[in-house]
Design a binder for this molecule. Structure first.
Ligand SMILES: [Zn+2]
Length: 80
């Protein structure tokens, strides 16, 4: 495991999870690979993203934002 690797991991039982989701009669807008739950409505997403607002999703967004911030700072210093 690399510390700076964004933790998008495909679950071993992804097929089962997707089958369970597609078989579900419940309305949902998506499926969270991070926690394995269906995303019921857009209000369950982190604002401005398509990431589920769950503990793992928030951790992923924080990691992505930190990387974007780092990239912007690097670009700024490179232009001058
Ligand atoms: Zn989730």
């Amino acid at each position: 495991m690399h510390e700076d690797w964004v933790p998008v991991q495909i679950p071993e039982n992804l097929d089962e999870m997707l089958m369970a989701w597609s078989d579900s009669p419940e309305e949902s807008v998506g499926f969270c690979l991070l926690c394995g739950h269906s995303i019921r409505t857009e209000s369950n997403l982190i604002a401005g993203t398509s990431t589920h607002n769950c503990e793992a999703g928030r951790a992923l967004e924080a990691k992505i934002n930190a990387q974007i911030q780092g990239r912007i700072e690097t670009d700024d210093s490179a232009t001058d």
